[in-house]
Design a binder for this molecule. Structure first.
Ligand code: NAD
Length: 261
């Protein structure tokens, strides 16, 4: 029960396959109280039965992170309704799936900006407005990234660039918020079959590649990510900020391994 007496906000749960769900489930099992935010009324209706079944009376707020003022307003409402929080999880990404295939250099200006806005700038705004809703003694903010920010993966394209910007934002936001005892980190998760991931062309091949190259000889699970999130959101990581923690069964350490036969 590492999260007893802790309360926090999870942004971006779409269904039970979402990484946000894996994180929320582990947080709840460790005693945390959770508030959810989703992009629209549509997603609110979709996750309502899941929340009722698995998270009791956790409230769901609508926060379309691409809309001006929505993050600050949502944090104000949460603070008013539920009081100060201990953590915030950003589990949000979006890009036009027509541009998550083919060549990166064919990315349109419109989708480049929209992808950056939803997948990266929203995180910067969350960090900026976290002071509205986080405890004055401090807190922990976490985002989700992917190794495509560091190495080329087929079709990840503009999302890779958004993740590189997100990872750098983690460092700079950690530097800005350290004086308030707010820690800012990210998990770089191995590939998991989710709604967002299904938009990436040939995603099943990336999954297969990871299973084959991972030192642990398996793909990463929602539980793997959820457990690592407990570490970053709890006092266990009290001295850690500005870090990208790889939860990918070791895939990122692999170069080329010679076949045994
Ligand atoms: P998901 O589809 O379950 O979650 C993505 C969420 O982003 C959805 O809930 C969606 O509604 C939300 N979203 C999109 N636009 C939004 C907006 N304007 N306002 C508010 N919310 C918005 O998929 P997921 O794979 O669980 O993605 C969660 C995070 O994990 C993303 O940052 C993703 O890039 C990252 N990630 C995923 C993988 C993977 O393989 N699935 C690997 C590494 C990192």
């Amino acid at each position: 029960m590492l999260m007893t007496d802790k309360m926090g906000i999870i942004m971006g749960m779409a269904n039970r396959f979402s990484i946000a769900y894996g994180i929320a489930e582990n947080l709840r099992a460790n005693g945390a109280e959770i508030v959810f935010t989703v992009a629209s009324e549509y997603f609110k209706e979709k996750i309502k039965p899941i929340v009722e079944e698995d998270f009791g009376d956790s409230p769901i707020y609508i926060c379309d992170v691409s809309s001006d003022g929505s993050i600050a307003e949502t944090f104000q409402t949460i603070e008013k309704d539920r009081g100060k929080q201990d953590f915030i999880v950003h589990s949000i990404a979006f890009s036009d799936k027509n541009e998550l295939k083919g060549k990166y250099i064919d990315t349109s200006r419109e989708n480049f900006l929209n992808t950056m806005n939803i997948s990266c700038f929203s995180f910067v705004e969350i960090c900026k407005y976290s002071k509205i809703v986080l405890n004055e003694e401090g807190g922990s903010i976490m985002a989700l990234s992917y190794y495509g920010s560091q190495k080329v993966f087929p079709n990840y394209n503009v999302m890779a660039v958004a993740k590189a910007a997100l990872e750098t934002s983690v460092m700079y936001a950690a530097s800005d918020l350290g004086e308030n005892n707010v820690r800012v980190n990210a998990i770089s998760s191995g590939p998991i079959k989710t709604l967002a991931a299904s938009g990436v062309g040939d995603f099943s091949k990336i999954l297969e590649y990871n299973r084959h190259t991972a030192p642990l000889k398996r793909g990463v699970t929602l539980e793997d990510v959820g457990k690592a999130a407990i570490f970053l959101l709890s006092d266990l990581s009290s001295g850690i900020t500005g870090e990208i923690l790889y939860v990918d069964c070791g895939c990122n350490i692999m170069g080329m391994k010679l076949q045994e036969n």
